[in-house]
Design a protein around this ligand. Sequence first.
Ligand code: UT7
Length: 331
Amino acid sequence: MSERVRAKITALGTYVPPRVLNNHDFEKMVETSDEWILTRTGIRERHVVDKGVATSDMATEAAKCALARRGMTPKDLDALVVATVTPDMFFPSTACLVQHKLGAQGLWGFDLSAACSAFVYALQTGAQFVMSGTHKKVMVIGSDAMSSILDYTDRATCILFGDGAGAVILEAAEDGVGLIDFEHEIDGAGGCSLYMPGGGSLNPSTHETVDKKMHFVHQDGQAVFKYAVRKMGDVCEKLLSRNGVTAADIDCFIPHQANQRIIKATADRVGLAPEKVIINIDRYGNTTAATIPLAMQTAMDEGRLKKGDLVLLASVGAGFTVGATLLRWTL
Ligand code: UT7
């Protein structure tokens, strides 16, 4: 692999909406408690959009932030991949809406659906364009407005998620330093454990699908939890071993933020010391495709992620979708 051109992250931008719902707000909505949410998930609060603000709006803000930090204009971009499970609408794609909002004429792009693993999948997809030489500056965005598909009377799901977006720019790494390798896997047998049944071609929207709450997130929490703990560790170990890397070599572990207990169990199994593990679920909840770029930002803000660090990303999400990425940090 050393002969190949690598892709590297040359900018990171994030956005979360200003409105915050904390655990005490949920105590007024459903039968729950701050103590239950905090101990079972690690979440204290999450950001949610106001009515009328969509996934593309957050994605556009994150994109602008990344572009400004790189000193680039939207017209400098060659391709755009938007990872999301909450597109503004079925079509046009959120990528088209973001392209238009940015005013990035001539840009090519598309959406990628892989739920909580969508950012790592999109990162690898964007990297392939850079590595093949077909596109020089590729933006990858993870953006989700989970509040738009939550049943705020279902305590088992509504407390878990938040809204947000993160964007990175990928460019060629002439020095050979950047994204190193990835290990991804999908497993459709787990589709019924976490899904939104209504609104697609199987169950088109009707009064009945609305009455049956089929346009909301449905989750078998325990089944997803068990799968996540097992598979996140599996892909991390496989990726590290294939690259001759040990847990001690990893400087920073940036996992998908679905549950603090899943993160800690994975870190323990892989042998990653707690000080290397980035957790910000307390502030944002599970923002689906946005968790990893938001956690990258947290790691940088806290001085726990520096240029040259060896970084491990990992995720498990609806599908099931599983992914892990090994990279050298370049910001
Ligand atoms: O990013 C996408 C992937 N998603 C995930 O990775 C999520 C994975 N799953 C989880 O994180 C956990 O399973 C949950 C946080 C969703 C639930 O935690 P748990 O420890 O697995 O709880 P549980 O589902 O086994 O429920 C335990 C009890 C139940 O009551 P009973 O039957 O024991 O009386 C639930 O009804 O907790 C109850 N419960 C709640 N109680 C207070 C469920 N939600 C709540 C709540 N507040 N919000």
